[in-house]
Design a protein around this ligand. Structure first.
Ligand code: R5P
Length: 296
């Protein structure tokens, strides 16, 4: 296989460099800018003919990224790339997985269609699979899902004394139960109802089991932060040990980070699938398990 070409449009150079180095690829020189009217200009300086091309782009704020991404993928294909793959540590548009009322878009399907039309394969970390059980229900290209749970669990084990893992909703059970098993910690899963973007309620439960433990709230992502804020404010009693939030994807929309910090939270820890000041767990080694690339 000829030397693969890697680049990112806007994402962390550290993740790009680690993946490119592992697969002994070249990091391409690209020119990405916007014309005065806001349209995207993209140029790749390297020869991609007959070479596999990999774009490493995390997909938070996807609407700003999608046009440049599709233009970049189309450009390298037109220039004769052998294939074009997408490594998206965070995959967007997974939560609108059904029309909750008549007339609503199912944007997860639209997004999947768009990516499937422009890429040959995709690798991502812990996409929000709730009503879908597999990405192939909406993506028509080969996809590989990697999991951050093992290294997140390691972090909890190495940094928190006597943790009690708490998942805020039924979706979180998949991560929380795995992590709890790995580190032999107790866990519980709460019941959440979402009433609006920033309006959730959590069913009250007795927290007797918490005695002697540090509550560790575990979620796949923090977006508005309202899920975890609600758990901290309404469910967790005044525990001697302040709760810690650990999430895989640091989406943090609007004032989410500040609002979460303003609670009685002890610490907020995320992985670097999305660059954020709360990043403390490095997922770069997980991205080296890519089954569509082989180290030379
Ligand atoms: C829910 O379905 C997810 O697992 C997260 O709990 C949710 O997306 C967090 O969203 P927010 O921070 O806006 O409450």
């Amino acid at each position: 296989m000829p030397e693969p070409i890697f680049f990112t449009l806007t994402s962390s150079p550290a993740l790009l460099e680690s993946v490119a180095k592992h697969y002994q690829g070249k990091i391409a020189n690209i020119n990405l800018r916007h014309f005065p009217d806001g349209e995207t200009f993209f140029k790749i300086e390297d020869d991609v003919k007959d070479r596999p091309v990999v774009i490493v782009e995390t997909l938070d704020h996807p609407d700003d990224k999608v046009m440049p991404l599709m233009i970049a993928a189309d450009t390298v294909k037109r220039l004769g790339a052998h294939s074009v793959g997408l490594v998206a540590p965070y995959l967007a548009y997974m939560r609108q997985d059904k029309a909750f009322s008549a007339g609503e878009a199912i944007s997860s399907q639209t997004f999947a269609k768009l990516v499937s039309e422009h890429f040959d394969w995709m690798v991502t970390i812990d996409p929000h699979l709730h009503r879908y059980h597999d990405l192939n229900e909406i993506y028509t290209i080969p996809t590989q899902v990697l999991h951050a749970a093992p290294i997140v669990a390691d972090w909890i084990q190495n940094n928190i004394e006597s943790p009690m893992l708490i998942g805020p909703d039924s979706e979180s059970e998949q991560w929380v139960s795995e992590m709890a098993k790995q580190i032999n910690a107790p866990y519980l899963v709460l019941e959440k109802t979402r009433h609006g973007d920033k309006d959730v309620s959590i069913k009250p439960v007795p927290m007797d089991a918490l005695a002697g433990h540090t509550p560790v709230l575990v979620d796949d992502m923090i977006s508005t932060g309202r899920t975890l804020i609600k758990v901290i404010e309404d469910i967790l009693p005044e525990t001697p040990n302040q709760p810690v939030c650990v999430a895989i994807h640091a989406v943090f929309s609007g004032d989410a980070f500040e609002a979460l910090k303003a609670t009685q939270i002890g610490d907020i820890v995320t992985t670097n699938t999305i660059k954020h000041p709360s990043n403390r767990i490095d997922i770069s080694t997980i991205l080296l398990q890519n089954e569509y690339l082989s180290p030379n």
